[in-house]
Write a protein that binds this ligand. Sequence first.
Ligand code: FES
Ligand SMILES: [Fe+2]
Length: 441
Amino acid sequence: MSPDPSPRRARYPLRLRRRPVRWERQVPTWRQARPAVITGALQRALARPSGNWFVVGATADVTSTRPLSGTVAGTEVVVWRDARGRLVGGPGQCPHLGAPLADSPVRCGTLVCHWHGLSLDGSAYVGWEPLPVHDDGVLVWVRLDAVGGEEPTRAPVVPVRPAPAASVHAVWTGVGTCEPRDVVANRLDPWHGAWLHPYSFVDLTVVRAPGDGQDDDTFVVDVSFRLARRVVVPVRAEFTAPEPRTVLMRITEGEGVGSVVETHATPLGPDGLGRPRTAVVEAVVATSQRPGFALARALAPALRPLMRTAAGRLWRDDLAYAGRLRDLRERGMKEKGTTMAKNTESRKNTKDTKDTRHAENTNETGNGKGEKLVQGDEVTWNSHGSTTEGTVEGEITRRTEAAGRTVDASPDDPQYEVRSAKSGKPAVHDPSALRKKRTGD
Ligand code: FES
Ligand SMILES: [Fe+2]
């Protein structure tokens, strides 16, 4: 249904959109984006083996003097290069008194604890046991059998990438309030691309989805990457989930065939409010057969920040999407929402598309007084006689410390943690004190 031709490689990489369609006039995708298809693909992804491997971060962040550290499901880990340049790693707590080894320097391949000087060369020492680690050249992985609970494997499931000598890569990392499955679910919904990210994607058509009479679990998507208002790069891309915490996008036609975007979701552990946090580590590995790509490779140091900026912009919205999925699940409303979607779908032949779209895109939830709010909602409240604007960070349903005080909340009497847009400071308010902002407020 794309108004432009198929994305085969053209003489020039860029194209002018011949018949640009306004955002609100593009074909709605909600009928194709059936919850059952997305959930089915997600469940099959979650059932694939990972061998208990988790992405920690970018290979480039392990330097000769600093380790790379991270938290996986509440377990601190640290990795560095030993005297022979091999990646080594293990628990991120010093075996002496528990110093954070993330803050310790590496000297000649030895990690030296900055509290009392205990040295680790990567082998077992006074209670510190190394963990299996893997460097795939772009990303660093650690194997945590106690966390994964699966049959361990010798190496992680690393997607096939373009050859390093013919590619440019960049890694972006962000954190969301959600679980890894929410990140994967977001990526297994290609239909949202041109609706949620119109600044990056236009003319998106899902050519094939799992369940379309195909055996494999691949989504095939025609989409144009938007570089300027009408200047686009059309491609065909395939989305797959090779393991439970990875979604792979590979360009199969058009510019940059073979380029991949790998999205890896690593569980970090709960935040101060008990909500799950997940790190998204996204590796973009771009390649092109164009002669000019050699120049692009030479410019890689300058290109990487741009690639990261593009990924960060998309993930701002996608992490809100993933956080919302988690929030709905938490509130037990996911099933209800699915039922609503089914009911709406059953009416699809009798309901005018425009009306339905209007209903879906219009916020019709009350006047804001005491209503249910979710992470990311923009709200206002009165503070010292004036109106303050901010964003909901989360619901508090138990007695906890937040915004510098003890909050006495319960499931029947929840409070909301909000962050002021002006001061950036957190605050906690009763639902009745918060007013949800509406379009036009
Ligand atoms: S805590 Fe690391 S040497 Fe004492
Ligand atoms: Fe997205």
